[in-house]
Design a binder for this molecule. Structure first.
Ligand code: SF4
Length: 456
């Protein structure tokens, strides 16, 4: 089955010019806040350096730290499960819930459960899952995927949220007041919190030394969703490990500032074992991470702390929207992670980048994103997974760009051709290159005039 590529999906998004500008501006606002927050800390670059070093060290001894984490978490009373892939993760979560007869669950934001498609799996087995993060709830009510890992509903305008809540929550028709809509969502979610029998959360950091886990939210929904129920299931990717409790401060300072420009996330909640009389199950998920760990060129992508800063700054992401990536994690980091999962399906993503390097500049854990995107292009070309027109175009471009005289000649030929080519051929639907361009009007010249002009 052929899947839609990034350019095809991006074209659908950019067809709405007004929305594209609005989306671009909204994300640039967050990026600017991040810049101000980063500049407010003189030791910002040292923190980034330290974070990258801690992550590199952790990844080099990941197996040891995972075992240490399991021992300490078990000592604190948690039950640790290991899932090889998404299917195993979903089966484990379902088994824990069904053994206890749970049919209603509240979930706080977790990109891992999105990656594993947990919601549809549980719903298929008769378990109702309600996302409690406001942005996640909005996209859940619209029956669509998040378009950003920190701001899941960034592609939706407040007027559209007003219409959605009018249809689903019974708010006043035509109201787009953010405070009113937020209060309406809170009111509706309160019932879900009170009726839930279990809470599922993601995990931002897991500490090998203590066996504790840390969940960061701005809305306190993870705290509410786990303190009212006797069963807490925490799902985490194996790359979320940190060796020591003292490492945490470095990452908490970087995470909130990079994500939204806040000095600190509103709630950074530490869980050390279950609540009295309750159960805490921790599901450690691999799902392709060990494979990435074994690839030297791409190993550093596992350092990601999912702050979203590379998305907010990426000129391609800002103008093409998160859904155009068709992967749980969009933007530059998603374009590195996705081909590792399935090179054939996601071959177009490493090309969804101008390679400007802005993603690398803002990444708090110093992942060399634009180098990795370039490396993926080489891997995909060598594996021959690119469609043949793209392969031919790349080969031709390589030959032209490698010979300055040929490059100059091609430039002149191109300008001459454009001057003489009938406009209907330039803007023909069979020529996607021309369709996306507004060429400046060029006066017609004879070849002799053109040639003389070039010589003079
Ligand atoms: S790659 Fe870096 S900037 Fe992008 S989400 Fe991960 S940590 Fe943040």
């Amino acid at each position: 089955m052929s899947h839609q590529t990034h350019p095809e999906l991006a074209a659908a998004f950019t067809a709405d010019t007004e929305r594209t500008h609005w989306h671009d501006g909204a994300l640039w606002f967050v990026r600017s806040k991040r810049d101000r927050a980063a500049r407010s800390i003189p030791e910002w670059e040292q923190l980034r350096e330290l974070a990258a070093g801690i992550k590199a060290h952790t990844m080099s001894r990941l197996a040891d730290y995972l075992e240490q984490f399991e021992q300490n978490a078990t000592r604190l009373g948690a039950v640790v499960h290991w899932a090889r892939d998404a299917a195993e993760h979903n089966q484990i979560v379902h088994r824990i819930l069904s053994e206890r007869g749970v049919t209603r669950v509240v979930k706080s934001k977790s990109m891992l459960t999105e990656e594993c498609h947990l919601n549809p799996y549980l719903q298929k087995h008769g378990i109702e899952v309600v996302d409690t993060d406001l942005g996640e709830r909005i996209v859940q009510l619209r029956d669509e995927a998040p378009s950003h890992i920190v701001l899941p509903a960034i592609h939706i305008k407040k007027e559209e949220v007003g219409e959605l809540f009018y249809q689903t929550l019974g708010t006043t028709a035509g109201s787009a007041d953010p405070q009113y809509l937020t209060e309406a969502a809170r009111h509706a979610l309160r019932k879900n919190f009170l009726e839930a029998e279990a809470g599922i959360t993601g995990v931002n950091f897991a500490i090998a030394q203590t066996g504790g886990i840390v969940v960061c939210t701005n809305e306190g929904n993870a705290d509410m969703g786990t303190s009212l129920v006797p069963l807490h299931i925490a799902c985490l990717g194996i790359e979320k490990l940190l060796p020591r409790a003292s490492d945490l401060g470095v990452f908490l300072r970087l995470l909130a500032r990079s994500a939204t420009g806040q000095p600190i996330t509103t709630y950074s909640t530490h869980f050390h074992g279950p609540i009295p009389g309750g159960e805490l199950h921790i599901v450690l998920v691999d799902n392709g991470r060990s494979h990435v760990l074994g690839q030297e060129k791409f190993r550093r992508s596992l350092n990601c702390i999912r702050c979203g800063a590379c998305m907010n700054t990426c000129p391609v992401y800002r103008r093409s929207g998160g859904h155009s990536y068709r992967f749980t994690v969009p933007g530059p980091i998603g374009s590195v992670l996705a081909p590792a999962r399935d090179p054939k399906e996601y071959y177009s993503l490493p090309y969804a980048s101008s390679l400007c390097g802005s993603c690398t500049d803002v990444c708090p854990v110093k992942i060399d994103l634009h180098h990795q995107l370039l490396a993926w292009r080489g891997e995909l070309a060598a594996a021959k997974v690119l469609p043949w027109p793209k392969r031919m175009a790349m080969r031709l471009a390589g030959k032209v760009l490698g010979r300055p005289w040929l490059y100059r000649l091609a430039g002149r030929a191109g300008r001459f051709t454009l001057r003489w080519l009938p406009r209907w051929m330039v803007y023909h639907r069979l020529n996607p290159w021309g369709l996306q361009r507004e060429l400046p009007p060029m006066p017609r010249q004879s070849f002799r005039q053109f040639y003389r002009q070039r010589k003079s």
